[in-house]
Design a protein around this ligand. Structure first.
Ligand code: SF4
Length: 296
C-alpha cells in the first residue's frame, strides 16, 4: 500500500518531505502522530461539549501556521513534551474517553497525520467506539486527504478564516486559502450530509464552520458570512467566534482584540441572513482562559 508520508503531499504545502526517513516539512512533524493533550473539553459549541464534555485530542504541529495562532504553544513544531502515539494507542485513548463519558471524540488539527488518524478511528470503531467522531481543523485541507476519512468522521469543525487572498497571504502565507477551504468544506458536507441532532440536543452528524473574527477585518468576515449563508444556509452551523487574543509575537492590527462593536455588528449581519443554525460567542467569554493548558 502507498505510504503517504514518504513524499508528503498531505496538505496544500505539498512539501514532498520524506517523513518516513526522519525529514520534516512545513508542519515540522514526523510520521507518527504527536499528541500534546487528551482531555474532556468544555469550551466547544454547546452541541459538541454538552454537559459531559468533548473527548478532545490535541495534536502538535500545523500546516497553516497563522501568525496569530491561538494554539501557538503546540502548533509551531514539536514541543518536546508530546506523546508519540500510533493508531492502536490513539484508538485506546478514544475508548478511554468514551468510558469517561465523553459525548464525542474531537480530533484537533490531525490532518498532517491523516493516514494514521483514519486508521485509529477505524480500529476504535471495530473495538466498540460508538460516540461520534469529530475533526477540528484549519480548513486548509486537501480533498484527497479528507477522503481518507470518508465514512469514518461524523462531524467536521473546520475554520473558514479568510476570504481575501491578500489577508491570507499576510497572516498565513497561503494566498490560496479561500479556494482550498471552500473545496474542503464542500467535501466535508458531502461526507456528513445535513445536520443531525440527537434527542439529547447534541450534534451527531454534520458540519460546523467556524470563523474567528480578526481585528480590522470586518469586511472579510462579511464576505465569509455571505459565502456560507448563500452556499449552505441552515444545512450547516456557522460559529462566529470573538475570542481572538493577541499573542506576544503579534504586530500591527493584530495587537488589539476586535472591538465589541464589530463583533456585535457581525452577529447582527449573520442574523439578517436568516441563519438559524448559528453560534455567536459572547464577547465576555473571550480571552486566554479559552486556551487549554498545553504541555510546553
Ligand atoms: S503535512 Fe507537513 S510535510 Fe506534509 S505537505 Fe503538509 S506541511 Fe508538508
Amino acid at each position: 500500500m502507498e505510504n503517504l508520508f514518504d513524499n508528503c503531499k498531505l496538505c496544500p504545502r505539498r512539501c514532498g518531505a520524506d517523513r518516513t526517513a526522519g525529514k520534516t516539512g512545513f508542519c515540522r512533524m514526523p510520521d507518527v502522530p504527536v499528541v500534546n493533550l487528551i482531555k474532556l473539553h468544555y469550551g466547544e459549541e454547546p452541541v459538541i461539549s454538552g454537559r459531559n464534555g468533548s473527548g478532545t485530542v490535541f495534536f502538535e504541529g500545523c500546516s497553516l501556521g497563522c501568525v496569530f495562532c491561538q494554539n501557538y504553544g503546540i502548533s509551531r513544531g514539536p514541543t518536546g513534551h508530546g506523546m508519540h502515539m500510533d493508531a492502536t494507542a490513539l484508538s485506546d485513548a478514544y475508548l478511554k474517553l468514551q468510558d469517561e463519558g465523553a459525548n464525542n471524540i474531537n480530533l484537533v488539527t490531525p490532518m498532517h497525520f491523516a493516514p494514521v488518524v483514519a486508521d485509529s478511528v477505524a480500529k476504535a470503531r471495530f473495538s466498540g467506539l460508538v460516540i461520534p467522531v469529530a475533526v477540528n481543523c484549519s480548513g486548509y485541507d486537501l480533498v484527497p486527504t479528507l477522503k481518507l476519512f470518508d465514512g469514518l468522521i461524523d462531524i467536521y469543525m473546520p475554520d473558514m478564516k479568510y476570504f481575501s487572498s491578500k489577508i491570507s497571504s499576510e497572516y498565513s502565507n497561503a494566498p490560496d486559502y479561500f479556494s482550498v477551504c471552500a473545496s474542503a468544506v464542500d467535501e466535508m458536507v458531502r461526507q456528513t450530509g445535513d445536520l443531525v441532532m440527537g434527542t439529547d440536543g447534541l450534534l451527531k452528524k454534520g458540519v460546523i464552520v467556524r470563523h474567528l473574527i480578526l481585528p480590522g477585518a470586518l469586511f472579510d468576515s462579511k464576505h465569509i458570512i455571505d459565502y456560507l449563508t448563500s452556499r449552505y444556509g441552515n444545512r450547516i452551523y456557522i460559529s462566529l467566534m470573538s475570542q481572538y487574543t493577541p499573542m506576544p509575537s503579534c504586530t500591527g492590527k493584530l495587537k488589539e482584540r476586535p472591538s465589541r462593536r464589530s463583533c456585535e455588528s457581525l452577529a447582527d449581519y449573520l442574523a439578517s441572513k436568516g441563519q438559524e443554525r448559528a453560534f455567536v460567542q459572547e464577547y465576555e467569554s473571550s480571552g486566554d482562559e479559552m486556551i487549554p493548558d498545553f504541555r510546553t
